[in-house]
Ligand binder design. Structure first.
Ligand code: CP
Ligand code: NVA
Length: 301
């Protein structure tokens, strides 16, 4: 594995190996083991074209705990933000850094960094997908459920970057996947075709139908970063797609709820459901740190 650009690019074995290392790193951290030898002297450039709390902090803290050095590179301050071609940026950064994490709009920008550079590139979210988040999600699911075998994951809401990566992660780990989204807000068509072929995939416009007997209920915001202008239109389109008590009644009694965060209570999830599952959701957020550290070790060592 040279880069982490999409989860679909990873084999089941590669994903399992990252998750196992993430579990080990979490255990070591909780037990005060010095981890600074893992990436001693390595540098990671973190390019952000969008806001971030969890991704920035987990990569920055993760890199530091592993003995490396993270550089926060806001696109507003980089020449790339003034139009310097990504091909040139990739070649320059490759001569100075050991790895790049990028959060941007177009998936092609992350792919081009990887294509023109010579160092590992990690996708920290694009409009197309969010593989790092789903590694932490898979880690959390396995922590709570002990296995992936026989589980059903459902996603309620926008067929966006999160949904795309969750589909890839669920199919790769052999879990059943169902999604409920309004017409016109379906996940990536090519990915859906792949999931239908490779996995157990079901798409509907009914949240309760998707949530039926689910072990994991997942949701995300209705208007993602870059879609702020569509907030009102989307709020209308997503009416009835809130994860509430009715949806949770359709799921298994012991179903867990995950949310990548930030969350909008009263929109994609009720405050009651969110708070009832806050332990799972904040374990999921913490697991970003451990999962990111595992990815960094795999790619930069
Ligand atoms: N879930 C997630 O990626 O959060 P941030 O946008 O805060 O990084
Ligand atoms: N779909 C959201 C995910 C945030 C982590 C967005 O792209 O804004």
């Amino acid at each position: 594995m040279k880069h982490l650009l999409t989860l679909k690019d990873c084999t089941r074995e590669e994903i399992l190996s990252i998750l196992n290392l993430a579990d080990q790193l979490k255990y070591e951290r909780k037990n005060g083991v010095d981890q600074t030898g893992y990436l001693k002297g390595k540098t990671l450039g973190m390019i952000f074209r969008k806001s971030s709390t969890r991704t920035r902090v987990s990569f920055e803290v993760g890199m530091t705990e592993l003995g490396g050095y993270p550089l926060f590179l806001s696109s507003a301050d980089l020449q790339i933000g003034r139009g310097e071609p990504v091909q040139d940026t990739a070649r320059v950064l490759s001569r100075m850094l050991d790895g790049i994490m990028i959060r941007t709009f177009d998936q092609s920008e992350a792919e081009d960094l990887a294509k023109y550079g010579t160092i590992p590139v990690i996708n920290g979210l694009t409009d197309y997908c969010h593989p790092c988040q789903v590694l932490a999600d898979l880690m959390t699911i396995r922590e709570y459920k002990g296995t992936f075998r026989g589980l059903k994951v459902c996603f309620i809401g926008d067929g966006n970057n999160m949904a795309n990566s969750l589909i890839a992660g669920a199919v790769r780990m052999g879990m059943k996947f169902s999604i409920a989204c309004p017409k016109g807000y379906e996940p990536n068509a090519a990915l859906v075709a792949w999931a239908k072929e490779e996995g157990d995939f079901f798409m509907t416009e009914s949240p309760c139908e998707a949530a039926k007997d689910a072990d994991v209920v997942y949701t995300d915001v209705w208007a993602s970063m870059g879609q702020e202008g569509e907030r009102e239109k989307r709020a209308k389109a997503f009416e009835g797609f809130c994860v509430d008590d009715t949806v949770m009644k359709a799921a298994k009694r012991d179903a867990m709820v995950l949310h990548c965060l930030p969350a909008h209570r009263g929109e994609e999830i009720t405050a009651e459901v969110f708070e009832a599952h806050a332990d799972e959701i904040f374990d999921e957020a913490e697991n970003r740190l451990h999962a990111q550290k595992a990815v960094l070790c795999k790619l930069l060592r």
